[in-house]
Design a protein around this ligand. Sequence first.
Ligand code: KG4
Ligand code: ZN
Length: 339
Amino acid sequence: MLILGIESSCDDTAAAVVEDGRHILSSVVSSQIERHRIFGGVVPEIAGRLHVESISHVVADALEQSGKALEDIDAIAVTAAPGLIGSLLVGVGFAKGLSLSAQLPLIPIHHLRGHIAANYIAHPTLEPPFLCLVVSGGHSHIVEVKDYCDMRVVGCTRDDAAGEAFDKTARAMGLPYPGGVYLDKIADEGSSTAFKFPKARIEDDELAMSFSGMKTAVVNTIHNMKQKGEELPVADLAACVRKNVCDVLIEKFLLAAERYGYKRLAVAGGVSANSELRRRLDKECRSRGYELCYPPLELCGDNAAMIAAQGYFEYRAGHTAGYDLNASASMNIDASFDQ
Ligand code: KG4
Ligand code: ZN
């Protein structure tokens, strides 16, 4: 079965053709990063406009590169939640129009379910159940993937997401947007013991996370150093932030695995590209005899191949939508689009 996937939830316009949820025929990602960089972050209004400009070209390119025509496609999967509403609406509107004109089923996809599905492409034998750490710019979730379309969040952040904490502290260090990527690179040159930043403990929920206290401590440290005219030890700051965030993510993820009895683990989302997270989780899982999957770097960030992959499983479960489908800025991963 051939699915055309469309993704426009944040600052990437993407389209892809994927066969049977596992095999990529084409994957096109048009990044808006350069247009947002001068603002130090994504400007929602600009993101929406840029999606409008590029979506039809991106979809046409994905079809052309797949060697397939629209007539060969069996269904259209589109990210319908969560994300920036003005950005989501462009993809959803385009997908609805195409689905109507080509008479193809329309499959709404939850963006985080898409991130998880990137692992099905990368690991053809991976099947639920498994436990997935979903870490992106907007979310930090520990998700029980009981089946392809049956999930439960067992732990999540109470405030900032891991990616957001990386991006905001990186910005204070003067690193370019998106900060997480640059922070990860420069951290390799620093000492992770140079500073001690706080780690929040949430009394009533051992699997809950919080990164805003650390973020404030880092920003204050930087502010104080700047006021004293001291040069910022950016590599050391980056190494300490990276270690702090990884410590929390790894501790909670392994605790959840133990508590719920999972030996098959996966990581997904933009932050799953983090080199320290991958290295340390690999080691921890090997020593415990756990199986660990993460996507290749090109499938960690936002892309449409992961949306088409999840689309295949949602379609098999009968999860299609009518033309009254609407985009939604927020939605739980375990919710259904027809509720
Ligand atoms: O999944 P994603 O592409 O978009 C969202 O759905 O949010 O994730 C983007 C996030 C950004 O916060 C970015 O800084 C972070 O992923 N990121 C990284 C790395 N690469 C991307 N964070 C840490 N280390 C990286 N290597
Ligand atoms: Zn994402």
